[in-house]
Design a protein. Structure first.
Length: 391
């Protein structure tokens, strides 16, 4: 093949590609998606070499004590599973047994800036699918028991070791009455001992059981998949506020009914015809999906900054990078952008910048001249959806 200078990669491009491949055990992102994603588990030794985690057990416990953070404590005692929901009291930690318990903190990415860079490594999966980064700490023997999840998860080992037992068994029946979802008959098929930086990818419904071997921390990068029931219910709710159906029920051909209390067949037929006329377009689905998928969960609150005038904001953009707040979700389809449940149409000159902001979650310092864009960013900034990077 003729040497093509245009195809030559820079050393940093090659390094990024190598890191990407290492994360997936030597597979390219495409190969991973094709062979493993939603299909079968993948164990990667040294996915992130030297990964020691993003926070200490004490910092994790500190988060679990905060009101706005979702946390759980799971204790396994004499064959019984005990579940306690956070926020936890600091004194609770002093009263825990020496082993067989675990602390799990959800949405750590909302509270820890360092998590952004970790999640970025998984952006070969669309942002719309990301749920959160959950971090767990467990002393020896701790874990949440044998179970299955309904979402895809990358289980990245932080400090310490965890033994993962995995099973692709069909029997997914659960122990009745347990406070958490425990499989009643877990049959280990594979066993892997993960050390810091190792990672296990599990598709939905693969049974697994992680047991701490000594003190350990696990980082779960979870991807949500709404059920068909949830999507349909939400879409019907969305449609309800927008649908316009002209006309009203009428029965000029009403015949005499033997039972006045009976709902007649012709009435049912007429209403069925009316309902059959409900129509929606792909644009309605796009609009619904964008809003639904970017909508923050009910407990999420944004923290608006001190007010800043438009001209000060514009000047600051020239010297500081701006980034999505860690709780923000910005998605798009075409020129329609969905920021935390609200939608806007981007004008042609804004399109490239907003696309970059959505994809990279940040914009480098720049003297933006387009005032429509600056005003839009300013509005989002004042709502707490964006923040300036610390310099
Ligand atoms: C854990 O970190 O202990 C739980 C992760 C999981 O099994 O989903
Ligand atoms: Co799990």
């Amino acid at each position: 093949m003729r040497y093509d200078a245009a195809m030559k990669k820079t050393p940093s491009e090659t390094a990024v590609e190598n890191d990407e491949k290492q994360l997936l055990g030597g597979l390219t992102r495409e190969a991973f998606l094709q062979a493993y994603w939603q299909k079968k588990p993948l164990l990667v030794r040294g996915a992130i070499p030297g990964f020691e985690g993003l926070l200490s057990p004490e910092e994790l416990a500190g988060l679990a004590c905060e009101d706005e953070v979702q946390s759980r404590l799971v204790i396994h005692n004499k064959g019984q599973w005990i579940l306690e929901h956070g926020p936890l009291d600091e004194v609770r930690f002093g009263k825990l047994p020496e082993r067989d318990w675990t602390l799990l903190v959800q949405e750590v990415n909302h509270h820890l800036e360092e998590a952004e860079a970790l999640l970025e490594r998984f952006d070969f999966i669309p942002h719309a699918r990301l749920d959160d980064l959950m971090v767990s700490y467990a002393p020896d023997g701790g874990g949440v028991g044998p179970h299955f999840d309904s979402y895809d998860v990358f289980l990245l080992q932080g400090q310490g070791k965890r033994l993962w037992r995995v099973s692709q068994q069909e029997d997914l029946s659960l122990v009745e009455g347990a406070p958490l979802r425990i499989l009643s008959d877990f049959q280990t098929q594979q066993e892997y001992l993960l050390e810091a930086g190792d990672m296990l990818y599990l598709p939905p419904h693969v049974a697994h059981w992680g047991i701490a071997v000594g003190d350990c921390m696990t980082y779960s990068i979870g991807f949500r998949a709404p059920s068909a029931q949830e999507l349909t219910t939400q879409f019907l709710g969305y449609l309800q506020d927008r649908i316009e159906v002209p006309g009203m029920y009428g029965d000029p051909d009403l015949g005499l009914q033997p039972h006045p209390a009976e709902i007649g067949g012709s009435m049912i037929e007429r209403v069925s015809e009316m309902l059959d006329a409900i129509r929606w377009q792909q644009a309605d689905v796009t609009e619904f999906l964008g809003r639904y998928l970017s909508e923050p969960k009910a407990h999420v609150v944004f923290d608006p900054p001190r007010t800043m005038t438009l001209s000060t904001f514009q000047k600051r953009l020239q010297t500081s990078a701006i980034r999505l707040d860690s709780k923000s979700r910005l998605l798009f389809h075409g020129n329609r952008f969905f920021m935390n449940g609200e939608s806007v149409d981007a004008s042609e000159p804004e399109l490239a910048t907003l696309t970059e902001l959505a994809d990279r979650r940040s914009l480098p310092p720049c003297a933006f001249a387009d005032m429509v864009l600056v005003e839009r960013l300013h509005k989002w900034y004042l709502a707490g959806f964006l923040r300036f990077e610390r310099t």
